[in-house]
Design a protein around this ligand. Sequence first.
Ligand code: NAD
Ligand code: UGA
Length: 481
Amino acid sequence: MKYTIKNICCIGAGYVGGPTMSVIASKCPNINVNVVDINKEKIKSWNDLNLENLPIYEPGLKEIINKCRGKNLFFSSDIETNISSADMIFISVNTPTKKKGLGAGEASDLKWVEASARQVAKFASGHTIVVEKSTLPVKTAEVIMNILEASQPVGEFKKKSFDVLSNPEFLSEGSAIQDLENPNRVLIGGENINAILALSNIYMKWVPKNKILHTNIWSSELAKLTANAFLAQRISSINSIGVLCEATGADVREVARAIGTDNRIGSKFLDAGPGFGGSCFKKDILNLVYLSKYFGLPEVANFWESVVTLNNWHQHRISNLIVKKLFGTITGKKICILGFAFKANTNDTRESAAISICKDLLDEGAFLSIHDPKVSSKQIEIDLNSAPLSTSTDSLEILNLNIVESSWYFADNIIDSIEGADAIVVLTEWPEYSSLDWGKIARSVRNPCCVFDARSILKKEDVIKSGLNFWKIGDGSKSKK
Ligand code: NAD
Ligand code: UGA
């Protein structure tokens, strides 16, 4: 039986649900797309008339919201009604690492997925295609199907029926709209070809047919975890080589260029940095580690675990290095942090390297001024679990005297944040940091001041010419001051 999709419901209005459904709505004007969430504040922000107040920042997102919201794209807290009218339901809820119980620290916590499946089981009507959009451990589709099936009355005529498909999302934050509009591939795993075709037909409105891959459901679930594990592995690999470069006089950018021209290796994802962040790499690898252990494969588990271990070590390495370069103590010293998001073009800070590096520096007694063009002071306060100092004009004067220990303030102006600093640390590759006036900066810092470029975006010659000390990730060449 062929299925026609007129109403979509997406459970979860987060970084994936919001942008993905916005793009589907914009490409499929004949389908009604309803995005629901238990978080009423978030839904309120998605409906805010001021598009600057959307809950997430993604280039190109507000234009799509402006075009589709209220026409065929709706954000709502009415989960029941929207599930019951949907022909297709995307589950796009969070799947963080479990904090307690069996598999704590490794396995994914599926309580939000389970709750979504129960909501679907309760409120769905007729035939519903349930699509796993969240990243899930292999075999989760079986759990979802069990929950859906258990909602059917035993021995009576079944009023509801379901198909479960896996359709993992591969978008990257900061380029989500671009990735959704022009994906490398769309992956659909499932058993019922009619359900698979119903979902393929939606994507075929804008994605070429040869980019839509069909697999069995377990391959699809596992392919998502594998893709993230391979990407993260490349970053740990290049960061490990960067450390060797620093020790030997090589330059990691030159090494990356040399190996990246081999088309078996490729040039992407070879930028050394402060360590990968983001909500998914770590949790998805740990999930793979858990699965490997569960299936009795300790060697496989150890291999993937080492990618995370290297990343954790690397982040602490950077904070230790800052302390060492500042003569072994940073108590009361002012360190200016440029960038708190886990990468540029997003306001997301989940697992950002900046969190662990700033925590380490605060533990060592530093006084931090933190700047980020998109991350709010409130978010940094939550991440650091520490309230900022006030930055009224009077107190700024005191703050710049380098006498405040283990504390931080939010700087909404780059130049003010640098004033009186003993060190400047670039942690996110925001474009505005690459064109700073180093001559001017050198006159407002406290000398000797050291600039740490953990993203390799500054012009070394400019910084050195201004008289500041300079350290760049993976740069072992001797021309440093
Ligand atoms: P998120 O935390 O931004 O959003 C999830 C939303 O689901 C939250 O707003 C939460 O309130 C809502 N929610 C949870 N349980 C609910 C329920 N029972 N009913 C209604 N709403 C509910 O998470 P995210 O970053 O969008 O990630 C979602 C999934 O997509 C995860 O599995 C993640 O691994 C995967 N993924 C994320 C990205 C990314 O770039 N963030 C990319 C690809 C895949
Ligand atoms: C990543 C994947 O790229 C997406 O395909 C996937 O859908 C997503 O995870 C997910 O499942 O959540 P994302 O985390 O948004 O996307 O961003 P990336 O561009 O992959 O960057 C991740 C981290 O690696 C960032 O901290 C980034 O700065 C770092 N990175 C990336 C490097 O240090 N070097 C690089 O060369 C590339």
